[in-house]
Design a binder for this molecule. Structure first.
Ligand code: ADP
Ligand code: ZN
Length: 722
């Protein structure tokens, strides 16, 4: 493995392996077949590329998409790795050149589409040389149960048999056990080791907001992401076209992508996007399969996706380089009805039912009040143990209780109205009753004679809407997603009859945009911009995509660490010897000039290391916690990372929650309440878990501050560990 590590650093420019990569490489090098299931962006390619460089013979990579292959081959060539591809898109001259490189043994890797295996020249070529490894990318295409079955994949099992000394690897991002079994069976994998990586993508920032003025909300979002690459997903072609027209009229750099366009136009638009000529692709779900652009910085869902699988796949197209990427979903109840309408058109009852179940899970995710990663990751069959990821809107919502008020009375009025009208009406009807509007429908139902008629005049229609959404999120009210009617949940009776208090927000402007704690920028955006422009110039000259030259993550790290020498540049993740040779002096001179002209103070070594780590390999909370255990105080760390102390404490909580111990003395000094109260708080944790502090805060009538409660939570979690 020493050799693998060396290749990782020297060729790829990375300091450490991502989870499972090392184990997978070991297994391949030892010629043990394996099945690798890893989410998009998890780093599957490296798993076979490093062994390919260690084997004497050839590594064949089967991949279904020619466009994807081209980028991969280009990326490897930029790293100085001899790579061949053989397919119909090549000119005769290029084809011959690639062919010769495989024959002579110069090429270490050969990329092929499955249909090429039947071509006689290729099959003869492969029989005449030593093949050490056969890698099947997108291996789920072999399964009829997968979402992307391809007939050409079926012959792979047979193909593989003629290379008895080659190890075979299936790679996929599709997790269902049924598809996994199919891959193993159809590929004839020999007692394969299964490697299943976590589906969590910690660098995606997840956010859901109510869709009110979607166009304006889109513009606001785009303005926060100037000069960045991103995808906007819409439900229909019509929506794609109109959004594209409206945005490009305002000067945004957009292109449409959907099945109604010609192949030629679609390919052109995709190419422009990959090359950073166009910043934003507006697309239906048809977009994204064939791209591995690593610097997609945001995904905006203009409409609600039909299920969590699609949603996860779509947001997964951002942030492959490991840099923070923003995923925003505009959520409305009207979209649910739209999707339901389409589901109802399906002939097959089983299909209808299954589609509804999937939609329900999607809605649950959108409405959740807890960390969004919990419903999301759990949905894929993996237990997500951390209670606060720190990278979703719910985790970062300012727990500023001053805005929240006791809304118990309003809630009771709302619930009574639901009950008195029979729990069969939608929101607008209920609000009309509350406001005392004598509409025809209300008169014909005789509801103007109910005691609740007109009891809610102290709030506006909008405020009632805001309140009702919160009640749905809190699961006090249940919305029937088929009919839109509202019902009471079992929790409602506590509010109606046991006077259980409800806290919420009903200020109109507050709910429009939730306040989120800001995440501090750690790099110099001006320098990043200069580097980005240079990268684009070089890419254009060479006619390759910019991210192939350097990933965004590398540029960001340069704009954080300001490397001054070749040696320092080599320390940047993604800079190996070949890239240093090709581009080192160009980028170094930009950085040096920038440092000189802007009087940038270079940081000490110690600090540089601390910053570069969380950005690329180790999650921030672990780095922080280790540093804390090493003696740094909470206050020092807050200053160092330019965040609030509370954030540092949350990092510590997450660290302990993952089963680690931390130093307790620095926490105890922050606890003011007496021992007996502490014990009571711990009892509450015992009983209700540590996910939410709010119930405890309320239980103690706001006597113990959130800050202190969160410290107690860390102490509690720490005590749980043996
Ligand atoms: P996948 O095929 O699983 O979608 P890729 O193989 O394309 O993912 O990898 C995603 C990105 O992560 C690429 O830019 C790759 O260079 C980068 N990467 C892979 N392994 C590492 C590592 N150990 N350290 C840093 N970056 C890595
Ligand atoms: Zn979260």
């Amino acid at each position: 493995m020493q050799k693998a590590k060396k290749i990782l650093k020297e060729i790829f420019g990375y300091d450490s392996f991502r989870p499972l990569q090392q184990e997978i490489i070991e297994s391949i090098v030892n010629k043990k077949d394996c099945l690798v299931v890893m989410p998009t962006g998890g780093g599957k390619s490296l798993c076979y590329q490093i062994p390919a460089l260690m084997f004497d013979g050839l590594t064949i990579v089967i991949s279904p998409l020619i466009s994807l292959m081209k980028d991969q081959v280009e990326q490897l060539r930029q790293l100085g790795v001899e790579t061949a591809l053989l397919n119909s898109s090549l000119s005769q001259k290029d084809y011959n050149l690639n062919f010769a490189n495989v024959k002579s043994g110069k090429a270490k890797l050969l990329y092929l589409a499955p249909e090429s295996l039947q071509k006689e020249d290729i099959s003869n070529l492969l029989k005449s040389i030593k093949v050490d490894c056969i890698t099947v990318d997108e291996a789920h295409c072999i399964s009829e149960w997968g979402h992307d079955f391809r007939k050409d994949y079926r012959q792979l099992g047979n193909f593989k048999k003629s290379f008895s000394s080659a190890v075979c690897i299936g790679l996929t991002a599709t997790a269902t056990p049924r598809v996994q079994d199919d891959i193993i069976k159809n590929l004839n994998l020999n007692h394969p080791k299964k490697f299943i990586a976590s589906f969590n993508r910690p660098n995606l920032f997840l956010q859901v907001i109510p869709k009110r003025e979607p166009f304006q909300q889109t513009i606001d979002f785009l303005n926060e992401h100037k000069n960045q690459s991103g995808i906007i997903y819409c439900f229909s072609r019509k929506q794609v076209d109109s959004l594209h027209n409206n945005l490009s009229e305002l000067g945004y750099s957009t292109k449409p992508y959907h099945a109604g366009l010609s192949d030629e136009e679609r390919n052109k638009n995709q190419e422009l996007f990959i090359k950073d000529e166009v910043q934003i692709i507006i697309a239906t779900i048809a977009f994204g399969m064939g791209i591995n652009k690593s610097n997609v910085r945001f995904v905006l869902h203009y409409d609600l996706p039909k299920n969590l699988e699609s949603y996860y796949q779509e947001i997964g197209r951002s942030g492959r380089d490991g840099v923070r990427s923003d995923c925003l979903l505009l959520f409305s109840y009207a979209d649910i009805s739209k999707i339901n309408y389409f589901i109802d058109q399906k002939e097959d009852e089983r299909e209808r039912l299954s589609a509804k179940v999937h939609l329900e899970a999607m809605i649950k995710y959108a409405e959740t009040e807890i960390c969004r990663r919990q419903p999301l990751i759990n949905y894929f069959g993996e237990l997500y143990k951390t209670d606060k990821c720190g990278m979703c809107d719910n985790c970062l919502a300012e727990e500023d209780e001053s805005d929240k008020m006791d809304v118990t009375i309003y809630t009771q009025k709302f619930l009574s109205t639901l009950k008195r009208t029979g729990e069969v009406f939608g929101l607008n009807y209920i609000i009309d009753v509350l406001l005392g509007n004598d509409t025809d429908r209300i008169l014909s139902n005789n509801h103007h004679n109910l005691s609740v008629f007109g009891v809610g005049k102290e709030l506006t229609k909008k405020q009632w809407q805001i309140l009702s959404h919160q009640l749905i999120r809190k699961e006090i009210v249940i919305r029937d997603n088929d009919y839109g009617s509202l019902k009471l949940s079992p929790l409602a009776s506590d509010v109606l009859f046991n006077n259980k208090k409800v806290f919420g927000l009903i200020k109109e402007q507050e709910s429009k945009k939730r306040k989120l704690k800001s995440i501090a920028l750690e790099y110099d955006p001006k320098l990043f911009e200069l580097l980005r422009v240079k990268r684009k110039q070089i890419a254009d000259k060479k006619n390759i995509p910019p991210f192939v030259i350097f990933a965004d993550s590398s540029l960001i790290q340069m704009a954080t660490d300001f490397p001054q020498t070749e040696n320092e540049l080599l320390k940047i993740s993604g800079v190996g010897v070949k890239k240093l040779e090709s581009y080192g002096s160009t980028f170094l001179s930009i950085i040096k000039n920038y440092v000189k002209n802007n009087d940038v103070k270079l940081k000490t070594d110690k600090r540089t290391i601390r910053i570069q780590k969380p950005l690329l390999d180790e999650p921030r909370h672990r780095v922080v916690a280790k540093s804390y255990n090493g003696g740094s105080s909470i206050n020092e760390l807050a200053v160092e990372y330019n965040v609030q102390e509370q954030t540092i404490i949350n990092h510590l909580a997450r660290f302990t929650n993952e089963g680690n111990k931390i130093r307790i003395d620095g926490l105890l000094e922050r606890v003011m309440v007496d021992k007996s109260k502490q014990t009571k708080v711990f009892d509450e944790f015992d009983e209700n878990g540590t996910v939410s502090l709010k119930p405890i805060f309320e239980k103690f009538n706001s006597e113990i501050s959130y800050d202190e409660l969160s410290v107690l939570r860390v102490i509690y979690l720490n005590n749980q560990k043996k």
